[in-house]
Design a binder for this molecule. Structure first.
Ligand code: ZN
Length: 399
């Protein structure tokens, strides 16, 4: 711990004492404090699993027996109050057929998310506004926002954005790991130098509808273009700092500062803080995982077994929990507590040793408390900032 953090920690202790003298002190146990906060994650790939035969989101699964990193019981324990369930669509050819296939896939994935959430109305319900989230939290229910990872399924028809807005999408990114019709990706060389002309129209339509723009996976050039063009603050739903590991998928400090100046936030991920150990064996299993809903329960179990076997000889990420915390504290230093949020990339490749699933989230709160951050500041980062940015996008759209 640095001297600065020790000083901050003792200041926090003093502040806590004086506040305690005036009114009843809040919880001091880190788990109790974590449970008292609104905790959202901005990128949940869990819907990949929603159609798995023999699998139910309402059942309790464990990290060891199942690849899924969150489920309703683990959320309801107080680890995670909700988040953005992603309609993730893989990129394909920029052709009418490619677009049509992707659109059918994205519509189906959206319906699957709705159906899964609708099956558990006592536990979780859909949310579309910050007020929805606050109401559900008060009612003791979990919160299901919906997002779109990759706008490729829209093809060249931007009127389809309204269709997905009507389906409840409130956060969407232009591009995934391959440059598409809208924007350059961080995953390849790019071809537009940022946004394409259609991508510029996409930004305007996103602003008009009041959907928050998500710049995770975007190239730096796309980030720069969107930051200039967007009338409302943007999010990066699952992105790590380039300070921790020099990779195009991560964001550099200068851009983190610019993002904060424009009111946006970076939601800290667990990925790309070390080289991705994507061996051919892991790549094969990852591909099977993306289609896990097509596997029988026996084949799913075999995939889990092989995945865990591979973990013994070479985990996908070598990042330690201490390295994660160091990177998180760096991001907070650069951006400020009003511009940080969380998006670990659960069920989409995220998770590191010591932060394997959402049951480890209270450990982050504990470390932030130890580093001197107040529960109020931590609450901004776990949920408040995301709701503020969502509210700003909706207000600017007159909603
Ligand atoms: Zn992603």
């Amino acid at each position: 711990m640095t001297i600065r953090l020790l000083a901050a920690a003792s200041l926090f202790a003093l502040a806590a004492c004086s506040a305690g003298a005036e009114k009843e002190a809040g919880p001091t146990d880190p788990m109790a404090i974590h449970k008292s906060l609104l905790v959202l994650d901005t990128h949940l790939d869990t819907p990949i699993n929603f159609e798995r035969p023999g699998w139910d989101f309402g059942d309790r699964h464990t990290h060891e027996n199942d690849l899924v990193q969150l489920d309703l019981p683990r959320m309801a324990d107080g680890n995670l109050d909700g988040g953005f369930f992603a309609i993730y669509t893989a990129s394909g050819p920029l052709t009418p057929k490619g677009y049509a296939d992707a659109l059918a896939f994205a519509r189906h994935r959206s319906d699957v998310i709705d159906a899964e959430i609708a099956e558990h109305p006592d536990v979780i319900q859909p949310a579309r506004t910050p007020a929805d989230a606050e109401r559900l939290a008060k009612e003791g229910r979990l919160i299901a926002f919906k997002s779109m990872e990759n706008s490729y399924p829209l093809g060249e028809d931007l009127s389809l954005l309204k269709e997905f807005y009507d389906k409840g999408v409130r956060l969407a990114g232009p591009v995934h790991s391959v440059t598409n019709q809208f924007a350059d990706s961080s995953g390849d060389e790019g071809k537009w130098g940022g946004l394409s002309p259609l991508g510029e129209q996409w930004v305007k339509e996103m602003n008009r509808l009041g959907i928050v723009i998500d710049l995770s996976h975007s190239a730096d050039s796309t980030f720069d273009d969107v930051l200039t063009l967007s009338k409302t603050p943007v999010l990066l739903s699952h992105t790590s700092p380039r300070w921790a590991f020099d990779h195009p998928r991560n964001l550099d400090d200068a851009r983190i500062k610019k993002l904060a100046e424009k009111g946006g936030a970076i939601c800290m991920s667990t990925i790309y803080m070390s080289p991705m150990n994507l061996t051919p064996e892991r790549a094969k299993l990852f591909d099977e995982y993306e289609h896990i809903s097509e596997l029988s329960p026996e084949k799913q179990a075999e995939l889990v077994r092989q995945w865990r076997e591979l973990d013994k000889t070479g985990e996908m990420w070598s990042t330690t929990f201490d390295q994660y915390m160091k990177a998180l504290l760096h991001v907070i230093d650069v951006a400020g507590v009003d511009h940080v949020c969380f998006g670990a990339d659960w069920d989409g490749g995220g998770g590191i040793a010591g932060l394997e699933d959402i049951t480890a989230l209270p450990k982050i709160t504990e470390r932030l408390l130890a580093a001197g951050y107040s529960p109020a500041d931590i609450g901004k980062m776990t949920g408040g900032n995301v709701l503020r940015i969502l509210g700003a996008a909706q207000a600017a759209a007159g909603k």
